[in-house]
Design a protein around this ligand. Sequence first.
Ligand code: OSB
Ligand code: MG
Length: 368
Amino acid sequence: MKVESITLHRIGMPLVRPFETSFGRETERDVLLVHLRTDVGEGWGECVAGSAPSYSSEYVDGCARVIEHHLAPLLFRVPQLSADDLERVFAPVVGHRMAKAALEAAVLDAELRASGTSFARYLGAVRSEVDCGVSVGISPSIDELLTEVQGYVDAGYRRIKLKIKPGWDLEPVRRVRDLIGPNLALQVDANTAYSRDDIAHLRELDAANLLLIEQPFDEEDIASHVALARAIETPVCLDESIVSVGVAIDAIERGATSIVNIKPGRVGGYLPAVAIHDACVQRTVPVWCGGMLETGIGRAMNVALAALPGFTLPGDTSASDRYYREDLTEPFVLSNGRLAVPTGPGSGVMVREDLVRDWALTPALPLA
Ligand code: OSB
Ligand code: MG
C-alpha cells in the first residue's frame, strides 16, 4: 500500500481514578493517535508514551516530533509499503520505539482492514478470549487500597498487581494477600524504585507467595536482577529493561528474568512483540501482556496479542471501565475475568471520531 496522509491527534482522557506508581501520579492520560490514510483504506494507531519521560525516555511531545520530522517522511517515501518492511524502513532512526510502534499499529490496521484479516489471526492467536488482571496504583492509605482491590476481585479479575515502592511494600502486600486469600494470583511492580542494597528487604516479599516481582531495579541494570533472582523465591519479571528481542534473550540467558512482560509500545510494535514472544516460548519462559493505560484502540490490539500461545499469565489488559468513563471505541467489558478477542478486520474496533474531536487538546496535525 501507499501512505497518502498521516494526521496526528492529541487528546486528553481523564482516568476514573488517579494512577500512582513509583514514578508519580497521573490523573489524565495524554494520548497521541496516528490516523493513516492509504490507497487501500484507513488505519489507527495509539502511542503509549506518557506526558513526561518517566517510564522511559520517550514522551508524547517527543513522539509527535519524531513522527513528524523523522518517521513519517520515511513512510511517505515508500511506494509499496507493508508492515513487514517497517523494521527496515525505520532503521535510520535509532530508538524511539513508542513512536515507531504507533505508526506500525496504524499501518497494520490499514493493511489488515484492507485484506479482511483480524489482528488476532495475523499475529497467530490461539484463543478467543484472554484472562485479565488489573494493575492497582499506590493508594493514599491501606484502607483505600483494600477497598479498591475488593472492587476488582468482585468484578472478577483473575490476578491483582500492586504497585510498590520503598515505604509502600511489605505491609500493603501482606494486607492485600490477607484480603484476597491464598488462591488469587498476586504480583507486584516496582517500576525501578529499588536498588541492589534492598535485596534482603525484597526477600521478605516471598512470604506473600507472589506470582512475580516486576522490574525492581534500574532498566539498564541486568546484573542486579540476576543477583535478586538468585536470592529470592519469587520469580523476577522484567518490563522496562526488555526493549528488544536481543535484550530479552540476553536477560533470560543470564538468569535476570524468568517471566517477561511484553508491551508492544516499549519494543517498537506488534511484530517485535511477537518476535519476543517466540524467543520466550522457545526458552519456556512464560509471558504476559503489559499495559500502558491504553484506550480501546491499543487495547483491542493488545488483547489480540495476548491470545498468542505463550501468553499463559493474565495480562494488564483490563476492561475499559477500569480506566475511562467513556472509551474511544466500543468498550471492552470483563466477562468471567476475561476479555473477548476482537474478530473483525484490523483492530476490529471502530474509532469514535466525534470523541477524538471533542477531547482534542491541540488542533489535529496533518502531515503531508
Ligand atoms: O509498569 O506496567 C507498568 C502503566 C503505565 C506505565 C507503566 C506501567 C503501567 C501499568 C498499568 O502498570 C497497566 C495497565 O493497566 O494498562
Ligand atoms: Mg511494569
